[in-house]
Design a protein around this ligand. Sequence first.
Ligand SMILES: [Cu+2]
Length: 125
Amino acid sequence: MDYVMNFIKGASTTAALLVMGSLSCFARPIIDAKVPVIAVHARRYEFNPSNITLKEGQQVKLVFISDDVTHSLTVKGLGLEVNIKKNHSSEVLLTPSKVGNFVGECSIYCGAGHDRMRIVFHVTK
Ligand SMILES: [Cu+2]
C-alpha cells in the first residue's frame, strides 16, 4: 500500500512539474507582450514615423521594415545600428539610458535623397 501511495505521490509531483513547465512556456509571450512594439517603415527617403518618443529606462521593441530597398539606421547617441534589408524586417530591443534628442540617419546609400533620410528619438524622463 505504501508503495502505491508513493507511486501516486510521485506521479502527482511529476504531473505538477509538467503543468508548471507548460505554464512557463505560455508565460513567455505574456512577458514579451509587456514590451511596447514600435513599427518603423524605411523607404526612399524617409523613416515613418520620423519622430519617436521613448522613456528613459523603458525597454521597447523596434521593428524596422523596408518598403523598398536595403536601408540601415545608425543612431550614434543610442548605440543603435540596424540593417534593414530589402523585403525583410529587423527587430531590436532598446532600453534608452539617457535623456535627450538623438538623430538617426540612413547609413547605406539608397539614392539621391539618402542624405535627408533621418529619424529623431526623443528620450524623456
Ligand atoms: Cu539611405
